[in-house]
Design a protein around this ligand. Sequence first.
Ligand SMILES: O=C(O)CCC(=O)C(=O)O
Length: 267
Amino acid sequence: MAQAIGHDAPSDIVIDRVPAPSQAEFERRYLHASQPAIFTDVVPRWKAWGRWSRDYFRQVWGKHRAQVMLTSGRNVQYDPNRSYAFREMPMGEALDRLERGSEDGAYLMLPLERYLPGLLDDVEVPSYCNARPGFRTRLWINAADIGTPLHRDFSENLIAQVRGTKQLILYPPEAAHSLYAFQRRSPVPGFSPVNAEVPDPVRFPRSVDARRVVVTLHAGEMLFLPSRWWHQVRSIEPSLNINFWWAAGVYEKIIRVAERLGLKASV
Ligand SMILES: O=C(O)CCC(=O)C(=O)O
């Protein structure tokens, strides 16, 4: 099992760990307040709970195409000039690579609508995001101790952990300046050059004291990660999760206008 980040300073950012609230309560306490929270009783109700495992994906979906990011050592390969290196390969081959754990290992990251639409039958898409503008979903399967770099998304996000444990280092949206966010015109505008696991006081002094919270997401839990919250993620155990993105607030308005104009927009 990989080491969780120890000794993080106590944070004033409190993350509720609660059963999923009603739609109105979710909007009031979390969505409109841009407040992350963990919901504890959603994933255990799904067919996926108890069904999804690496063996299941190998046996049932092994011949289907999968999209992977390549890994290198303990991290996903990522070049700030070009973002991630994606490849396509059969799911069985991707899982073999993931298990070999060598250089050019695989971190599966599949847009379900494009690759495995049938898989959505195994989950109940939460009402908070179901059929909302900009709805998209991804399946993530990765080995223990693999990390993805610090970045933010404009979509709202629900991250549902079906197997294993992930650790997320979260910074609120206003941390962009402290995190030396890449400029809008860069190839990776939503990313930060800071490594949140070991903030570098020489290269990125503002990052050292940036307000943040470290969250451990266990199998069976679902994290609401509001739009524009910065996150750097590491799997503590072999991990299998699904996430749902959708647009709310100003991004929802942008998508609705784009739809009226016949344009395809996503955030
Ligand atoms: O789980 C990960 O490694 C990254 C997840 C992520 O970036 C996301 O859900 O937006």
